[in-house]
Design a protein around this ligand. Sequence first.
Ligand SMILES: Cc1cc2nc3c(=O)[nH]c(=O)nc-3n(C[C@H](O)[C@H](O)[C@H](O)COP(=O)(O)OP(=O)(O)OC[C@H]3O[C@@H](n4cnc5c(N)ncnc54)[C@H](O)[C@@H]3O)c2cc1C
Length: 356
Amino acid sequence: MGLSLEVVSDHERLRTDAIASDLRALVRGEVRFDEHNRLLYATDASIYQVQPIGVIIPADADDVAAAIKYCNERRVPVLPRGGGTSLAGQCTNRAVVIDLSALCRRVLSIDVQNRSCRAEAGITIDELNRHLIANQTGLFYAPDPATVAQAALGGTIGNNAAGARSIRDGRTSENVLGVDVILASGERTTLESGAGRHDPIALRLASAVADVCRRNADEIRSRFPKTIRRNAGYGLDMILKQLDAGVAVEDLDLSGLICGSEGTLAVVTSAKLRLHPLPLARGLAIVSFVDLFQAIDTVAAIVATRPTAVELIDQVDRRGVVAFLVAYTTHLGPVRAAEAVARFGDRVFEVIRERT
Ligand SMILES: Cc1cc2nc3c(=O)[nH]c(=O)nc-3n(C[C@H](O)[C@H](O)[C@H](O)COP(=O)(O)OP(=O)(O)OC[C@H]3O[C@@H](n4cnc5c(N)ncnc54)[C@H](O)[C@@H]3O)c2cc1C
């Protein structure tokens, strides 16, 4: 299916030209409102196609703030974009697209001792991890959606991405320690634990969110799904959990709320991230079944062996064989990967034998 060219009224064309010209005067980065670029940004990895009003490639966070403030004052919608690998049309809209993936992609700092780093929103997860390896930190950033080569940090925060290994290392929300954001007003703040103690904007937001959580506490407790890998609306459950644990409003960490908010609450320009030690060995066990239901029945037993990932591959061959790929990593010592596979693989196969 091809993209069709739009028919726009003269009035709309003039308005769009005026927006482009105003934005060019405001930002140092690029402003692309031509047909070619609007077609390029009309899709993400979903089936949806919507031509944006135009595209901005911000040079830095100042550009993002200026563009958002301008658009907000004129009621022009904005849409932040990273790698554009969203599957449900999150990156398509009749809006000014702010593409942070081109120029806002630096690693800002690394704190090996405290296992954390700060990076700009446009860097891909792969690039960030390559940087951590090149600097011999012995650490890595864990969330690993299948698109790590294209997915940008800001986009993974927007979608609260979780990869195959999230059963051990958590989703993005469990690996983000703080976010530097720009609000619709163009105001800038950092959302992290304790932010409300020194930043009036962060305190204002924390008080409002705490109020929403307290007023709806029963609903949040009863209706939020209890599964680990889910992203159901704004993560108010994460904030309520902090309030239940006695965290004061000024200490509330709102960064989890930004995870999964798909750019609707704020635009992330950079984030402070939790890092994990690189595993000393990796292993993979392949466990095959002739029946899909038998395979699925075995998941709990496989997860009990504490793998880092469990993936189901459907219909491996024409007889309908299905397979689980069970990945393990170990920090226990300098075990070679092959030994790890054999050791853990045996455990998995024992469990399977018991059940068959
Ligand atoms: C083949 C394939 C496999 C995938 N596998 C997985 C998987 O294993 N696990 C998984 O979780 N997902 C998966 N995805 C979905 C997608 O790749 C991830 O959600 C990824 O994290 C999105 O990153 P992105 O940079 O492409 O985000 P984008 O698509 O660019 O943006 C995602 C959302 O975040 C918002 N956003 C972007 N940048 C910012 C910002 N700076 N501040 C605030 N909001 C922002 C956008 O507006 C949008 O709503 C897969 C997608 C594909 C196509």
